[in-house]
Ligand binder design. Structure first.
Ligand code: ZN
Length: 414
């Protein structure tokens, strides 16, 4: 049994036209915009055309199920169809379309799995209102206060957007599922990095999803005249940042792992004049690893480095943790089954970690999860240039199809 690539192509091309900007060719389906809601309607139509009944829960997650022969805990498979601004056609979307194609195939072939297989397209994964909204709702991680206060960068309240489309914001609390009813969650996603493309592998099987913390750091020195202040008498906040940035490779080397990443993505120098010694720098620090212990070690090491640099440069420092997302391991049994299916289908594959956050990370806090990656050409994502070869899409989709059959028929030999 294999997926129908032509149907997948048609779906990807059609959905890519919803929210497409003529000028930059990017897709703008940010969560709960009119374009996103049109995408959700398109998906529901497609589900109906395939002979399934589309369902919408209180978090506006769209789902459809192929009923199993037993009421044993079900298999969920999905991703998201909302996008960042100026997105490509595959981030999230591919996982939802592949899940739909798997359901279509199974129905056409008359397969009745033991476990129900349910497609789910989660709302606001990309973060217009913070991100992972739909999967957090399913995992029961939302509360009325969050629903009343979440807003986007323009100050638009999530509650107002939901009401505008005819939904009661508090309804998102009803989307929570009983973990006992879910056996596992599977997600296919583009890698969004260069590893599979460079390694010329068709699929990646994810064993861990990286965790991360972000800090906002402030180094305070003394603003002064660039001409009259001798070098040894300066309290130059920017030089502190320069020392800190150049210490990153050593800190990762000594305290991190091969999967550690640290990034200063944003910095501001104040007062910000060419002829003034900088008095203050404010910058962000984004640190990732797949082990919670390593993340903690890195946090300590970065704090120590800041403190030593501040002492040496006569600066004050303070930092604030802005976010923390714990790493999540894919379920080892699911990983083994995905690997076995990849071998049986003779796909070139690689066991790897995910450096980006996904709905699977949230679902992994509640139920066993597994992820399949397909290569991103040149590692590009969150851009109209995002692309994956059709042959790799087909390989990933077939791996998903056979993995679903395997996981939904625990004792069959299919
Ligand atoms: Zn995504």
């Amino acid at each position: 049994m294999s997926v129908n690539l032509e149907r997948i192509k048609t779906d990807i091309h059609e959905l890519a036209e919803i929210g497409r900007c003529r000028d930059d060719r990017g897709i703008y389906r940010m969560a709960f915009t009119d374009a996103d809601m049109e995408g959700k309607r398109w998906l529901k139509d497609r589900i109906e055309q395939a002979g399934f009944e589309p369902r919408t829960d209180g978090a506006v997650n769209i789902s459809a199920e192929l009923s199993g022969s037993t009421d044993r805990p079900r298999i969920l498979v999905g991703s998201h169809i909302d996008t960042v601004p100026c997105a490509g056609a595959l981030d999230g979307t591919l996982g939802v379309i592949v899940a739909l194609e798997c359901l279509r195939c199974l129905r056409e072939q008359g397969v009745v799995p033991e476990r129900t297989i349910e497609l789910i397209a989660f709302s606001d994964e990309e973060g217009r209102f913070g991100g992972m909204f739909g999967s957090q709702a399913v995992c029961g991680q939302l509360n009325p206060d969050a629903l009343a206060t979440l807003s986007d960068l323009d100050g638009v309240l999530l509650g107002d957007e939901l009401r505008r489309h005819g939904f009661d914001p508090l309804g998102a609390l009803d989307a929570a599922r009983d973990p006992e009813t879910i056996a596992s969650y599977l997600e296919l996603h583009i890698e969004q990095g260069p590893v599979l493309d460079r390694g010329q592998k068709s699929v990646g099987i994810v064993d861990e999803i990286t965790g991360l913390f972000t800090w906002s750091v402030n180094l305070k020195g003394e603003a002064n005249h660039a001409g009259t202040t001798p070098m040894e008498m300066r309290h130059d906040a920017f030089m502190g940042l320069a020392d800190f940035a150049s210490a990153i490779p050593r800190i990762l080397d000594e305290n991190g792992s091969a999967r550690s990443r640290a990034t200063i993505g944003k910095a501001q120098i104040l007062p910000g004049a060419a002829n003034t010694v900088p008095g203050i720098v404010e910058f962000s620090l984004d640190v990732r690893d797949t082990s919670p212990e390593t993340l903690a070690d890195l946090g300590n090491a970065f704090r120590k480095a800041l403190s030593a640099i501040a002492r040496r440069r006569n600066l004050m420092f303070e930092f604030q943790q802005k976010s923390y997302l714990p790493p999540v391991a894919a379920d080892p049994a699911v990983v083994q089954r995905l690997l076995r299916q990849a071998e049986q289908l003779e796909l070139t594959h690689l066991q790897m970690h995910s450096g980006a956050a996904h709905d699977a990370q949230i679902m992994g806090s509640m139920v066993p999860v597994g992820m399949i990656f397909v290569p991103s050409k040149n590692g590009q994502s969150h851009s109209p240039a995002e692309w994956t070869a059709w042959t790799d899409i087909e390989a990933g989709a077939n791996l998903m199809l056979h993995s679903l059959i395997d996981l939904a028929n625990p004792i069959s030999t299919t």
